[in-house]
Design a protein around this ligand. Structure first.
Ligand code: 9MR
Length: 388
């Protein structure tokens, strides 16, 4: 343990030095390394990121909500995880607990235990909750393929939304009503994804889902959520334009949509999001829609360089991206996809760093210490106007 602490201290010192050398010192607060050293290197939630220095306190001072995807079993089973989520987040989203696969053990049974844990936790800690999601082509239960047909698909979708959105009516900040319905690579009209819902119900499934959600919950902000719509690359530009066209069609048809979720799974080795996304956010604002950063993390698996350099590159993406997004008046909510690198979905052979090193895509590392990305995100929040 002592050796582990020493190496953590050394790492933090090296990170500070690397930041200064790379001209990125402003990504880290003064004394980033020393602060950990004086708290013994093993202390949890160092004082400089707790209380009024926490992400949620900074977000509140700047009129916005900040938070992360959470795992109910960790909220109840791991005190350190629960403490960190309580301290840092003012909005939570279940990473998986509200998906069909989690909620629907059988066609005629619902299991709300995981989602309920999150709602209770949030209420106890003064946090809002987003719902994710009501309609997606993934995370469908095993029985789905053999049970849901062209004949009954619309009924299954409607009943699911009535039951789930109805149960939490009035309690959620927003619902991701339809998730990831656009995929120009599917080669279908309007860039629609070849999903079971499209195949069984047809393109109307999207508006059916939104209209049913509005009837079930009059207050949650109804959201369309998608990924790979951030960059100015040809593929992402095409996808973003298809999302905008979808929203415009929905508005023209009078379908109830309040917001678009930009997932923001970014890659530290790629270009930064820029003018295209900014224009998109403003076009949505002109239509009266909010934009949420719903699932941010920054993948560093393709980066060269040592751990400290890669951490700083990840932090640079956090700062630049969130500074751009949070400057827009209709962007007032930002969540990361998890809070600690210990439980990031980017783990494992597919996404891990070179040489088997773990990914560090989130604001807290696997030991629950803040990464440079934490300070970068907090700095971006601070770049917003202060609330009165
Ligand atoms: O992080 C989630 C992972 O644990 C699940 O196995 C997976 C399938 O349900 O979904 C992941 O979350 C996804 C989210 O629901 C939608 N956008 C992409 C996210 C990462 O794949």
């Amino acid at each position: 343990m002592a050796a582990e602490r020493r190496s953590r201290r050394e790492f933090l010192k090296r990170a500070t030095t690397a930041a200064a050398a790379g001209g990125l010192a402003d990504l880290l607060p003064a004394g980033y390394g020393e602060a950990r050293e004086s708290d013994g290197g093993g202390a949890r939630t160092p004082a400089d990121v707790a209380g009024k220095h926490s992400m949620r306190a900074h977000a509140a001072a700047h009129g916005m909500l900040v938070g992360c995807a959470v795992i109910p079993e960790k909220l109840t089973g791991e005190q350190e995880y629960a403490n960190l989520v309580a301290e840092q987040a003012s909005i939570l989203v279940p990473e998986n607990a509200l998906k069909w696969a989690a909620l629907r053990p059988a066609p005629d049974r619902y299991d709300f235990r995981g989602a309920d844990i999150i709602l209770v936790f949030a209420q106890a800690h003064g946090q809002k909750v987003r719902g994710h999601n009501l309609c997606w082509h993934e995370a469908l239960p095993a029985w789905f393929a053999s049970t849901v047909t062209r004949e009954n698909a619309a009924q299954f979708l409607t009943e699911h939304i009535q039951t789930v959105a109805g149960r939490y009516a009035g309690k959620l900040q927003a619902w991701d009503v339809v998730n990831e319905a656009i995929d120009p690579k599917s080669g279908l009209p309007d860039g629609l994804r070849k999903s079971p819902w499209l195949e069984m119900i047809g393109p109307d499934y999207i508006e059916l889902a939104f209209r049913t959600a509005r009837k079930a919950d009059a207050t949650a902000l109804l959201t369309y959520n998608d990924y790979s719509i951030e960059l100015d690359s040809p593929d992402q530009t095409e996808k973003r334009e298809a999302v905008l066209a979808l929203v415009k069609r929905m508005k023209a048809n009078g379908a109830p949509i309040d917001a678009v979720g930009v997932q923001s799974h970014l890659d530290a080795s790629a270009e930064l999001p820029g003018a295209g996304l900014q224009k998109f956010v403003r076009e949505l604002a002109a239509m009266g829609l909010q934009v949420f950063v719903t699932e941010m993390d920054v993948n560093d698996r393709k980066l060269q360089g040592n751990a400290e350099e890669r951490d700083l590159a990840v932090a640079g993406v956090y700062r630049n991206y969130l500074t751009m997004m949070l400057a827009e008046p209709n962007v007032n909510v930002a969540l990361t996809w998890g809070i600690t690198d210990r439980y990031t979905w980017l783990k494992g052979a597919k996404y891990g760093r070179a040489h088997g090193e773990p990914e560090r895509p989130l604001p807290f590392d696997a030991d629950y210490l803040p990464t440079p990305a934490f300070f970068a995100e907090r700095t971006a929040i601070d770049s917003r106007r202060k609330t009165a």
